[in-house]
Design a protein around this ligand. Sequence first.
Ligand code: FES
Length: 104
Amino acid sequence: TDDPGRVVARSDEIADGEMLDVRVEGLDIALYRVGGRLYATAGICTHGRAMLTDGWLEDGVIECPLHGGRFEVRDGSCLGPPVDEPLTTYPVTEHDGEIRVTTR
Ligand code: FES
């Protein structure tokens, strides 16, 4: 679609190697900047009620703070137990200092 998405944050709110939790149309979404690129996934772990931005981001992998489940932020894939369900990912764009996420 041509849906440009919603503005969810400003570019200067998320430095390289950092993450930011935002709410978009009732959804918890985690933004990550890795190697200068932005990624967006569901903000809640697929294994339990844990906020992924409370965990650790390293080399493009987010580790859940609760039981250590790990996911690739670029495609949401899970990297082994205890998580067995990937994260939903969302298209994210950045233009003129604005970060937009498309949820549909
Ligand atoms: Fe994330 Fe269990 S809640 S690994």
